[in-house]
Design a protein around this ligand. Structure first.
Ligand code: ZN
Length: 208
């Protein structure tokens, strides 16, 4: 991406599932190349709003609550990063046809227990829909939709379409919904074109 600085609130949402977009809030786990877009609780809230899981009002409420509780805010942020890396390892393993580590599934299930305990059904039109129980002191409630998305993806037919970008220096995960299941990059613009440009340059160099 050129001409625009990536931040938590403008990051491309290319994963096709919320949980993968959350895993994609860091460029790569290769330390010397890594850029993390979540560096504080505020980034988490900004990303939640950008990803469509928080309204502006909800974001303001969370930030206000967080401002009054520095310890809770730090713990929620730390938990968010641990969850993100758990989700990343689980789906990165699956994309590589490996079994996720049991410790990661245990951690994800612990989150799932908490998430499910905060869910309820409420009347909506002629039917019902899932909703979240309001818990004023849950500063990590922003993560519940992410956890639910991870559980939904793990138990869905989409799971075998989870891929990881083929460019070194990009860890991004995505659901390959292409017709012939041949998508190799998180995006052609971001990574595919860079690889193609590099190949073109190498070919020209060999010829000259
Ligand atoms: Zn990529």
């Amino acid at each position: 991406m050129s001409g625009r600085v990536r931040t938590a609130s403008n990051l491309e949402l290319l994963g096709g599932q919320l949980c993968l977009d959350f895993a994609n809030t860091v460029s790569t786990r290769i330390e010397e190349l890594s850029r993390d877009y979540l560096t504080a609780y505020g980034d988490l809230v900004a990303w939640g709003q950008h990803a469509g899981i928080l309204t502006e009002d909800e974001a303001h409420t969370l930030l206000r609550e967080a401002a009054g509780c520095p310890q809770g805010r730090a713990a929620a942020f730390e938990g968010a990063i641990l969850l993100r890396e758990t989700i990343y390892r689980v789906f990165s393993a699956i994309s590589g046809r490996r079994e996720p580590a049991e410790t990661d599934l245990v951690a994800l299930n612990a989150w799932l227990h908490k998430t499910l305990s905060r869910m309820e059904v409420v009347p909506s039109g002629n039917g019902y829909h899932w909703s979240w129980v309001a818990e004023a002191d849950d500063l990590d409630r922003i993560l519940y939709p992410v956890v639910r998305s991870a559980a939904d993806l793990l138990t869905s037919g989409e799971l075998e379409k989870v891929r990881q970008c083929a460019r070194r220096g990009c860890d991004w995960l995505f659901v390959d919904s292409s017709k012939n299941h041949s998508r190799r990059w998180c995006s052609m613009k971001q990574c595919g074109s860079r690889i193609k440009a590099r190949r073109y340059y190498r070919r020209r160099k060999r010829k000259s």
